[in-house]
Design a binder for this molecule. Structure first.
Ligand code: CU
Length: 98
């Protein structure tokens, strides 16, 4: 049953590679700048493997909806989820950390 073993291994590998993209990781970070007019936020965050970011960094994210930025300000600790799209990275979820 060599062939079916190889197929199973290949299927498991595909699943392992795909799952991070399906289940978005929650990333911890802190707010550097909020730009509500342009629906953008500058965040410093640790490594985010699901986004292909292996190191901590500060970067600008777009947000799905500017209303998500209400109540956030520079210095706040946050937890967020983001996805990569054609024009950069978009925050799909963000909440203040405790
Ligand atoms: Cu980043």
């Amino acid at each position: 049953m060599k062939i079916s073993y190889q197929l199973t291994t290949a299927a498991a590998l595909v699943l392992a590679l795909m799952s991070p993209a399906i289940a978005a990781d929650t990333i911890s970070g802190d707010v550097k700048k909020v730009d509500e007019a342009n629906a953008k936020i500058t965040l410093h965050h640790g490594p985010a493997k699901s986004l292909g970011m292996d190191e901590a960094m500060t970067m600008v994210y777009r947000v799905k909806d500017a209303a998500m930025l209400k109540g956030l300000k520079a210095g706040d600790k946050v937890r967020f989820e983001a996805q990569e799209d054609s024009s950069g990275y978009t925050v799909t979820k963000i909440e203040k950390g405790k």
